[in-house]
Design a binder for this molecule. Sequence first.
Ligand code: FPP
Length: 253
Amino acid sequence: MWNFFNDKSKNEKTSISLDMNNIPKHIGIIMDGNGRWAKERNLPRSMGHKAGVETIRDIVKECDKIGVKYLTLYAFSTENWKRPKDEVNALMKLLVQYLRKEIEELHSNNVIVNSIGDTSKLPEICQQELKDAYEKTKNNTGLTLNLALNYGGRDEIIRAVKLLYNDIKDGKVNEDDIDENMISNYLYTSHMPDPDLIIRPSGEKRLSNFLIWQCAYAEFWYSDIKWPDFNKDYLHKAIYDYQNRDRRFGGVK
Ligand code: FPP
């Protein structure tokens, strides 16, 4: 699939060709830059998040269309509770609006709407919408959309250790059984492949507690573009760059 790519953050035009047989199975996105996008326009931060939801719509559609099997979006971290109350409330409201507005289309596109993270701490209404969305879509067979909500990689590992400890105590697991696969199976992402590609727009180059166990061999892609300006062309460019990386997983070729 040939495309022209116009990188607005660098004023650079290139042509790219995607190998449709090498689409990453699992993409993770740290949707960063909403606040700065709003500030540049003298808008409240919540408007940046609102614009970010439009990007979510387009990117979910495109991932589904090109055959990505898992898309994990970092929507609210365990650290994001430190933000002003108004902003937290606005994000929760956007989540409910997004699910209500999009669920029929997501369902008709065969998407499974899943969440990862400690969602029990989210407002009741968010928990209900997430539960309804999952129940409606859980038997679908297309893209799995993981919304990472009240998610933190360290928190996820602590939870996994506690679950494992209980299973050892109950005699369900022996010390010798513990290996990488087993640990992976105690995480929220159990039975999903590790992410192949992590995308972070907005110029920051850090993982910020996102899928820290699962990212052991993920490829990273950064851009200065802010999340509300990210679009399917950037997604294609990230995948194209990923396809041109040499993944050796610690071995040699
Ligand atoms: C980071 O940008 C973005 C977030 C913490 C929230 C992302 C959430 C959404 C896009 C919308 C809500 C989610 C769903 C699933 C509907 P930032 O605020 O840290 O930006 P900044 O670094 O420029 O301040």
